[in-house]
Design a protein around this ligand. Structure first.
Ligand code: AMP
Length: 377
């Protein structure tokens, strides 16, 4: 290939992408929650501006951005103005309406490519996609009726978890069915919505890999993170995770394969279960999040580059950093609901960094902030 010049990849959705955003350029972000807020804070040191689009006027990301648009995702006039004001568009949540993403993609590059959303918005499509890559998941079967639920239960076995195919997060839209349990009650509790039934996994631990993929296809994974949930909500993330180097390498390989298969640009997280069988351990993929992820928040204070900066770099066409952990161990604790009211007690704890999202009302189950502790090496 002597003399061959690397040619920029044509942008699949339409407009050609400027290979590199220059300082002063603006990244549009769909969604105005804490993830958008932390993305904007990470963009600033690179000289990049952010413009957040959110239908909610109290969005906490509006506090820290160069510009904001408060309008519904269906408002094409507002979307058009937003697209006109930014250089590239990304998103902080996977439930961006398909029509919104398509409308914007005709006007400006949207990264990661919205085709990723079609897969990750639907648990059935997502599970099929993962198994199509020959990556193990919990056994699963589609459920569209009470009758099909009985067939699914026979196929995957009980106990099992019934999950709505769409719009489920933090355990919402999920019902557990015990061995000999009442499947019909579970079906009713998810309001007869299209579901998948997943075999209940008796996992040893939960882990995740946050990976960044650049426009040139280079991938950088953060260290595998161990996650502890309470009431289905992430409570604590820890690094290093208690896994062998071989299992950690396997987890990174899985995340890398998924990112490649999507031709992904940006940060994505892959949640996995570690399952023990005798002395052997294997990984089952639970879920893909096509965005920065709560289990990567520790990287702001605990790594040489944060997941937020990696995402900004990727969508801006900048090279990725090779992340290094700072400290012997790092722990991130979510401040959920009223826990945020005593966040001040962390301010004087050595090695602790406090992040409060400025979200207003501290409702039960609402992620209001987090604290990261770094233990020096
Ligand atoms: P999800 O919304 O799929 O991320 O599920 C939220 C949490 O529920 C996970 O982090 C697990 O703790 C638990 N969970 C989900 N699916 C299963 C499963 N098939 N078996 C056991 N626990 C599960």
């Amino acid at each position: 290939m002597h003399g061959a010049r690397a040619r920029p990849k044509p942008w699949p959705n339409g407009p050609k992408i400027d290979p590199l955003l220059k300082p002063g350029a603006t990244i549009g972000i769909l969604g105005g929650g804490q993830l958008a807020r932390m993305l904007a804070l990470a963009a600033a040191p690179l000289g990049l501006r952010c413009h957040v689009y959110s239908p909610e006027k109290n969005s906490c990301a509006f506090d820290v951005v160069h510009a904001g648009t408060c309008a519904p995702y269906e408002d094409e006039a507002a979307l058009g103005r937003f697209a006109g004001a930014v250089d590239v568009i990304t998103y902080e949540f996977e439930n961006v309406p398909a029509k919104t993403a398509a409308f914007l993609a005709r006007r400006k590059p949207v990264l990661p490519d919205p085709q990723v959303l079609e897969t990750t918005q639907d648990r059935l499509a997502e599970k099929k996609f993962i198994s199509g890559l020959k990556i193990a998941t919990a056994p699963f079967a589609p459920v569209h009726s009470a009758m099909q639920l009985a067939e699914a239960a026979a196929a995957v076995g009980l106990p099992a978890v019934l999950k709505t195919r769409q719009l489920g997060y933090d355990g919402k839209g999920q019902a557990r069915i015990a061995k000999g349990g009442d499947a019909v009650a579970a079906w009713r509790s998810v309001h007869n919505a299209p579901c998948i039934l997943e075999g209940f996994i008796d996992f040893e631990r939960e882990v995740s890999v946050v990976a960044a993929r650049a426009r040139d296809g280079k991938v950088e994974c953060f260290e595998i993170t161990e996650n502890e949930h309470r009431d289905h909500i992430l409570k604590i993330s820890r690094v290093p995770a208690k896994v062998t180097p071989a299992l950690a390498a396997e987890a990174r390989r899985i995340a890398t394969r998924i990112a490649k298969a999507f031709d992904y640009v940006g940060v994505l997280a892959v949640e996995m279960f570690v399952v023990r069988k005798g002395q052997r351990r294997r990984l089952l993929v639970n879920e893909i999040a096509p965005r920065v992820h709560n289990s990567g928040h520790w990287t702001i204070d605990g790594a040489s580059v944060s997941q937020f900066e990696q995402h900004i770099r990727a969508v801006a066409g900048l090279p990725l950093a090779k992340p290094l952990r700072l400290g012997r161990r790092v722990e991130m604790v979510n401040l959920i609901g009223t826990e945020v009211n005593d966040a001040a007690r962390w301010l004087t704890v050595p090695g602790a960094s406090v992040h409060i999202y400025g979200k207003g009302e501290a409702r039960a189950g609402r992620k209001m902030g987090h604290v990261t502790r770094v233990w020096p090496a």
